[in-house]
Design a protein around this ligand. Sequence first.
Ligand code: TUI
Length: 307
Amino acid sequence: METRITEMLGIRYPIIQGGMAWVAEHNLAAAVSEAGGLGLIGGANAPGEVVREEIRKAKELTDKPFGVNVMLLSPHADDVARVVVEEGIKVVTTGAGNPEKYMDMWKEAGIKVITVVASVALAKRMEKYGADAVVAEGTESGGHIGEATTMTLVPQVADAVSIPVIAAGGIADGRGIAAAFMLGAEAVQIGTRFVVAKESIVHENYKQRIIKAKDIDSAVTGRTHGHPIRCLRNKMTREYLKLEQEGKSFEELEYLTLGSLRKAVQEGDINEGTVMAGQIAGMIDKEQTCKEMIEEMAAQAAALLKR
Ligand code: TUI
């Protein structure tokens, strides 16, 4: 399963772990990289120095390459963008915005820049600004999402750019990987399945909520405010969606979501917290090590692609 992405990143399998807020910390990133994929530390809303510590801890756990995801809505994005350079990180992915202002600094430092996009227009713009690859992320994904589905976005982005395309959104097994390759992708980014990895530090309640989830268990909050977030249905989403329907503003509803992801991930409050997960949660049915997940998915994809 060698592609331009495996070659560019020096990884064995074309599988990249999503840079999930509060979830993608050093233990998970190192485990994915050790298993032959590309692990990512999610910068999320963390200050630069916290991300630096995470990077250093991951370096103690693996000699293999790993990356950092810079979440562009973060108030600390400028600091995190600088820390990745100072720490000699080789791969940066970005999400939830346009990273143009950091491109020159990262390229000068020899960093491979992979931007997450939810549209053809941004993919083309990122290629023009020197991105080494793009992640075409469909609306099936968990967390902050765009409108287009993976099935429609990946081939359109693959047609529009010459740089390699990584597919994300709704992929959690070898069938999804093979399908993504058929659509023109050269790697996949997987989030939700890695949330339930044995090495993932996520609270057991959160993992069990994903494992027990059914196909239509996710909801999208914040559509009317332009901040769409996909998460699993619970007391918080019911209340949020009801108030949103009644026309409440983003500011009025913020109290429902402030700190709510941390509450679910760390405290295991899956009723009032935000349980971000993609639509494919319904297919995920067990905890495994990252190595088991990656080897199982890669073998299944390789067999399907050979056939
Ligand atoms: O970034 C993500 N997913 C995320 S970030 C996150 S943390 C968060 N918490 C609370 C509020 C907001 C975020 C949870 N999940 N995925 C990558 C992604 N990027 N999906 C969609 C986009 C995107 C959307 C619009 C990228 C660029 C864009 O437009 C930029 C522009 O300027 O045109």
